[in-house]
Design a protein. Structure first.
Length: 686
């Protein structure tokens, strides 16, 4: 009621004045369940956009770890009532070109009296986003655009003003400018929840507070559209307001049709260089490749972030610029993305990813951070030994075995793994330490690849040491990681992780995230099939087969969209029991990547992967985005999630999209294409 009383006390008609009442309400990020993302393939345009819930959500500029927009949407007023697009309208999204990241959003009221249709494209020649809009509605209805900047990863500290008929926002060295064909006959700048356009329109059903600027706060800008039937918005960015305004106006002059055509041509050319798959999967295959490629930064080539999202965004304050969300680089996720693109036919991007790992992320001691900002600054600081190993595997797969790479990068990386493995401070789920099947698979394969690279560079002593260690660790897999006294089966099976090379001691494992403390023998995940994918154990291995029986009985779920798996039993990384956002504790849900991993295993054993490939296809949302997690049960939820469909965690997850690429190719070629042949030749030879 305090916000409402402030708003009611604000006098109308304050044209030219500065808005009082800053900084406004606490800013928060937007839902992570993106239905569309896009960017031009050119480096001249350093703008990326996301779509969710019928509106434009985060826009990134000038790098993929810098979010600058909270949202842009429309409001309709007939003089008696106001409809806010995100709150009061029904939404649909459609891809309008199967060979480009082109999306059309449609919003309408329930009776169908008015419809707003929006199509998006970034200008390949500059830092701007164009939105082509059509509006149909009753005569006299007014259409307003509501733009909510959040420059430089924060909703606070933004200053909004009107300059040359444009809505301009600035924070330090980043600025945005919003212009429209036909112009804005009415504008205002206000503080969120105090005297912004939302508050004004909901109270008065028209704009009455005409503030010329709002200084340093959580600012929302609003403008009435002069000719709402059909118009184009241009949102430009720059390091100054003048630069942002110049970009927006230049794109507007070019016109949406030309920008859209140029934007689409870039993606069409990209797809022309990729492989083809079965018609059933071709559309999703093309989209997955474009989405993974679109997550590559343009200032730091090869830096592919995990997702253009912040999981459970509405529960995450946006008051400080230090929230990384998933717009960070994990060496593990980057390996998954690079191998997905590699098997799809885009080795060039995979090579850039490898160069980024070595030239930007790698530390002087040869190690890699848990994750990092794009410039290589660590974000989280735990040691994850699979991430220390994947670059060696990727280098071998890409044929990057030259002396300079060996001497400057791979030797130091291999020595780090030798000195610190095979135990890890954290395994791939970033929660617990010890001896992990998936981590050890990466370490063993990595050292064997490093051995081959050392041999190619005439360092026979290093080659021998790496090979001997890989063999020793491979020999320890079953003694260290397979319990024979577990409670989930009478036969031996792989555990998720072991603390001390004794898989039968019943160590009490805290799984974190509120998941509880359990006998380590009773916690399983599917990570051991990485031993098959990387060529260390055959798919016919008895312990692998027995362990999969435990997996299917413990963490497999048949959803309406197909089979899927939990990360592990007792996982706490997911929504609360009834669908509330994860705030440190919750219930882990199903992850589509595991359908993909299981599908690759089925290929390795000569079986049919179709059920898993179909499941991944069906897990995608209306915009074709495959999520990090899908809901795991039929009971209703406060979040409105559907059984077998995405949750409030990251969508799209780049790893999910890359895993679809790998499985589609594996299903077609009847082999695991990204498996390093030298590893399989060593461990699986007759």
């Amino acid at each position: 009621m305090l916000v409402l009383s402030i708003a009611l006390a604000a006098p109308a008609g304050l044209r030219g004045q500065t808005a009082p009442g800053g900084p406004g309400e606490m800013p928060r990020w937007t839902p992570a369940s993106k239905e569309g993302i896009g960017t031009s393939l050119t480096t001249a345009s350093q703008v990326w956009f996301t779509l969710q819930g019928g509106i434009l959500t985060e826009v990134y500029y000038p790098r993929l770890d810098v979010a600058d927009v909270h949202g842009l949407e429309f409001a309709v007023s007939d003089g008696r009532r106001v409809w806010i697009e995100s709150r009061d309208m029904r939404h649909a999204i459609a891809r309008i070109d199967p060979r480009a990241l082109l999306y059309r959003q449609t919003s309408s009221d329930a009776p169908g009296r008015f419809t707003i249709t929006k199509t998006y494209a970034t200008d390949p020649q500059r830092h701007s986003l164009l939105i082509d809009v059509t509006f149909t509605g009753p005569a006299g209805a007014a259409l307003y655009v509501l733009y909510h900047p959040a420059l430089k990863n924060s909703g606070y500290g933004n200053t909004g003003s009107v300059s040359g008929g444009a809505l301009v926002a600035q924070k330090e060295d980043v600025a945005s400018a919003l212009v429209a064909t036909g112009g804005f006959p009415e504008t205002s700048n206000g503080f969120a929840g105090v005297n912004d356009g939302y508050t004004d329109l909901l109270l008065h059903r028209r704009l009455t507070w005409r503030y010329a600027r709002a200084d340093s706060g959580n600012v929302v800008q609003v403008a009435r559209i002069a000719r709402p039937a059909h118009f184009t918005l241009a949102l430009g960015f720059g390091d100054t307001p003048a630069g942002a305004l110049a970009a927006a106006r230049a794109s507007l002059r070019r016109g949406f049709a030309l920008v859209r055509a140029e934007y689409a041509q870039g993606w069409n050319r990209y797809l022309n260089g990729l492989r083809r798959v079965a018609p059933t999967y071709q559309g999703q295959f093309d989209l997955a490749a474009m989405v993974v490629r679109a997550h590559e930064d343009k200032t730091f080539p090869g830096a592919i972030i995990a997702s253009m999202s912040i999981p459970w965004g509405p529960a995450v304050p946006a008051d400080k610029p230090n929230v990384g969300g998933y717009h960070l680089v994990w060496a593990r996720d980057l390996y998954e993305a690079a191998t997905g693109l590699m098997v799809a036919g885009d080795s060039a991007t995979a090579r850039r990813a490898l160069r980024y790992l070595f030239d930007v992320q790698q530390k002087p001691d040869g190690s890699f951070p848990q994750n990092s900002w794009l410039d290589g600054r660590p974000y989280w600081t735990a040691q994850q030994m699979d991430e220390q190993s994947y670059p060696m595997i990727l280098a071998w797969q890409l044929g990057v075995t030259d002396r300079a790479t060996w001497e400057r990068h791979i030797r130091a990386e291999a020595e780090y793994v030798m000195a610190h493995g095979p135990a890890t401070q954290q395994e791939r789920w970033e929660e617990v330490g010890g001896y992990s099947p998936s981590t050890m698979a990466a370490e063993i394969a990595g050292l064997l690849c490093a051995s081959a690279i050392a041999k190619a560079n005439a360092d026979t002593a290093a080659a021998r040491r790496y090979l001997e260690t890989a063999d020793a660790w491979a020999a320890g897999l079953e003694p260290w990681l397979v319990t024979t006294t577990g409670h989930l089966a009478s036969h031996g099976y792989y555990m998720r992780i072991d603390d001390n090379q004794d898989p039968n001691d019943g160590y009490r494992l805290d799984v974190h995230n509120g998941g509880g403390v359990w006998d380590e023998r009773d916690v399983v995940d599917q990570g051991f099939i990485e031993l098959v994918r990387l060529g260390i154990r055959p798919a016919s291995d008895t312990t692998i087969a027995n362990s999969l029986k435990v997996i299917d009985a413990t963490i497999r779920v048949e959803t309406p969209n197909g089979p899927d798996f939990y990360r592990y039993n007792h996982d706490g990384y997911g929504e609360t029991w009834f669908g509330g956002p994860w705030l440190g504790e919750g219930v882990g849900r199903l992850w589509p990547i595991f359908a993909g991993e299981r599908g690759e295993y089925e290929v390795a054993r000569g079986a049919d992967p179709t059920p898993y490939l179909q499941a991944m296809l069906r897990f995608a949302n209306a915009g074709g985005m495959i999520p990090e997690q899908v809901w795991d049960r039929a009971n209703p939820t406060s979040g409105g999630f559907a059984f077998g469909s995405g949750t409030g965690s990251a969508t799209p997850l780049v790893w999910s999209m890359a895993q679809f690429l790998r499985l589609a190719i594996a299903a077609q070629d009847r082999r695991i294409v990204e498996r390093p042949a030298i590893v399989a030749e060593h461990f699986l030879r007759p």
